[in-house]
Design a protein around this ligand. Structure first.
Ligand code: DC
Length: 217
């Protein structure tokens, strides 16, 4: 059984997906972390995320591994565990930019489908229900106003010691929405037959209960 949750940044997908994974005893796959890992690795190597030919060369023999440690998804690139670095504010836009490159997506989608084929999982991202697993048993699309999403992201970053002004985060979120929704290859869309949930005025528990109500097990 596979469950997909797509939606823009800050809509609450990962918080909700992690709780549902625990509740239903299925694996959780954070696909955004995979794009973030490649973006981080490219920047570290001095490669600009929009330099398509150089990014393609960089990922040719790149090895990504995903595993869980104390209930937290870990990701490594060529043997380096990059998990602690991929949530930095500057990685968000870099991940969105690098994710426009079809070769990057094809490589990661292959890995995502492989994982989903051998385990019951809940996967969150931008194209999980529309492109990665169009035949998933349960598909959801979570959204919220950009003000609510920016405030959630601001709090999340502040808790990690990154104090970024609300307006800057909101601008970044809106620019990322535009980039993710308008790219030509597997853009962020509401997947066919997905249940749409606006979480602007909902608590995490309300969203979890709503989604679990759709999933008969
Ligand atoms: O969900 P996130 O904020 O960690 O995702 C970071 C970026 O990665 C997002 O702006 C676009 C890209 N992404 C994607 O293109 N497809 C996915 N399935 C997940 C993320």
């Amino acid at each position: 059984m596979n469950i997909t949750i797509d939606g823009p940044g800050g809509s609450g997908k990962s918080t909700v997906a992690k709780l549902i994974a625990k509740k239903l005893s299925v694996s959780y796959l954070d696909t955004g972390a995979m794009y973030r890992a490649i973006a981080y690795y490219a920047l570290k190597k001095g490669v600009e995320p929009d330099d398509e030919p150089t990014v393609i060369a960089l990922i040719e023999n790149l090895e990504m591994k995903l595993w869980e440690e104390n209930g937290v998804q870990q990701v490594s690139v060529n043997g380096e565990n990059v998990t602690p670095f991929i949530r930095e504010h500057n990685i968000s836009m870099a991940a969105s930019t690098i994710s426009k490159i079809p070769a990057v997506r094809i490589k990661l989608v292959e890995l995502q489908r492989k994982i989903a084929s051998v385990t019951d999982c809940i996967m969150d991202g931008r194209d999980c229900g529309s492109f990665v697993l169009p035949d998933a048993e349960y598909k959801f699309y979570m959204t919220a106003s950009s003000d609510v999403r920016a405030e959630r992201r601001r709090k999340e970053l502040a808790l990690k010691g990154q104090d970024i002004p609300f307006e800057e985060i909101k601008k970044d979120i809106e620019a990322r929405d535009k980039q993710d929704m308008t790219r030509s290859f597997a853009p962020l869309v509401v997947p066919d037959k997905a249940v749409v949930i606006d979480t602007s005025e909902m608590t995490v528990d309300e969203v979890v209960n709503l989604i679990c109500g759709y999933i008969c097990r």
